[in-house]
Design a protein around this ligand. Structure first.
Ligand SMILES: C[S@@+](CC[C@H](N)C(=O)[O-])C[C@H]1O[C@@H](n2cnc3c(N)ncnc32)[C@H](O)[C@@H]1O
Length: 392
């Protein structure tokens, strides 16, 4: 049946009506006229897929990646970049209104590069060659390159694809100038090492088999060492913009608590504005990275502890940064923040829905003062934000 798309849902699916029933359609844009087929009928909604386009939006562009229809990595690659940023702002505002009762339309800081920005990708292996998971499934598809990953990572993909990777279960390639390859499974070590002039480090099943046990990534004047399993922001050139904003919002003070601190990146970036900084992080590789980063950058007013944030007894600090995973803050952490008395909480979030939920849970003690979006993930539907909450 032929329908016109009215608007986008929070997950970027198009919304239309079929016999008065809300129907979600993937991969379409507002004002497009499409022939659809309903693939799932639920009690209150339908899900449909496009058979053909009768009228395409002016904001639709050719997707750069040959695997986009199957891989789903650049799942918003069909939307013109300026329009994608506008949609992200609108969807973010709508989520804030609906789940936190906030009227706000934050500005969005665009990414310098919309392709070649990623400093990390994880791949599987199919028939001895690199593969991505097919979108929303366990099925694999072989890939030669990824337009979101930087050139060095693509070059290593090419080298790996020229060898037989049978026996390998998973490969992570990470870095900007220095590249690390983290392999799970079995491999002919000699073969890889002879091909390794493009990598500075190879880790096989948790053991270093070539080069260093970490790679270094430079952000402004700071060098961050990253161990294999440590988190690091994926869009290298956007990191300084994100951290500059956090630094500006945090201001100065006596004690900064950097919660979910990863490799100590935010705490180290802000350390010169505080007498003392402490970081809390659950991943031991990340804490190892953080301690090395403290040393490499000659920062002596910072310490890190490997534990869950929710295992803290109390938070003694005048400013707190939190940068949790997509699931947001747990109940115990909300309680800790609520009774912390910190004058500001800077909440860095990669999931607006859990951010809105947590803003709501903190509302008796903290009020939103400022939110800025950062497009850390161009050509995808993902959103990153920095939200400053002031003590009431
Ligand atoms: C989004 S990353 C942020 C890392 C860092 N702030 C950065 O900018 O690179 C979230 C971090 O939280 C850590 N994490 C997840 N759950 C945690 C918990 N309950 N307590 C402490 N750290 C946790 C993860 O290991 C990860 O390093």
């Amino acid at each position: 049946m032929i329908v016109k798309i009215d608007k986008l849902a929070h997950d970027f699916r198009g919304i239309t009506k079929v016999n008065d029933k809300v129907t979600f359609v993937s991969g379409v844009l507002p004002s497009e006229v499409v022939d659809i087929k309903v693939i799932k009928e639920k009690k209150n909604i339908n899900e449909a897929e496009v058979i053909s386009f009768d009228k395409k939006s002016e904001d639709r562009i050719e997707v750069k990646c040959p695997y986009s229809d199957r891989c789903g990595g650049c799942d918003a690659g069909y939307i013109r970049y300026d329009k994608l940023l506008e949609y992200k702002r609108e969807i973010f505002s709508d989520i804030m209104k609906r789940y936190a009762n906030l009227d706000i339309k934050p500005s969005i800081i665009r990414s310098d590069n919309i392709y070649g920005y990623r400093n990390k990708i994880t791949l599987k292996v199919l028939k001895g060659k690199l593969a991505f998971n097919k979108h929303d499934s366990n099925e694999l598809i072989n890939v030669l390159s990824c337009p979101l990953a930087n050139d060095k990572i693509n070059n290593v993909m090419k080298i790996l694809n020229s060898t037989n990777l049978s026996g390998v279960l998973e490969v992570t390639i990470k870095g900007t100038d220095e590249i690390m390859v983290v392999i799970k499974g079995n491999i002919d070590n000699n073969l890889l090492i002879t091909k390794s002039n493009s990598v500075s480090s190879i880790i096989l099943n948790g053991k270093v088999i070539y080069g260093n046990e970490y790679i270094r990534i430079k952000v402004n004047d700071i060098i961050y060492a990253i161990y294999p399993e440590s988190f690091f922001q994926v869009n290298t050139s956007m990191i300084s913009k994100l951290y500059d904003k956090i630094k500006e919002e945090a201001g100065t003070g006596k004690i900064l608590a950097d919660l979910y601190c990863g490799a100590g990146t935010i705490g180290i970036y802000l350390a010169d504005n505080f007498d003392y900084v402490y970081g809390i992080e659950v991943n031991s590789d990340a804490v190892k990275s953080a301690n090395l980063n403290k040393e490499i950058n000659g920062i002596d007013n910072i310490s890190f502890e490997c534990k869950k944030v929710s295992d803290m007894e109390l938070l003694n600090s005048d400013v707190i940064t939190v940068d949790p995973p997509r699931s947001g803050l747990d109940k115990k952490t909300i309680e800790l923040l609520s009774k912390s008395g910190a004058k500001k909480v800077i909440y860095v979030s990669c999931n607006p829905i859990t951010l809105a939920r947590d803003i709501n849970l903190l509302k008796d003690n903290y009020k939103v003062n400022n939110i800025t979006l950062f497009d850390m993930f161009p050509n995808t539907k993902h959103m990153e934000s920095v939200c400053t909450l002031n003590l009431l």
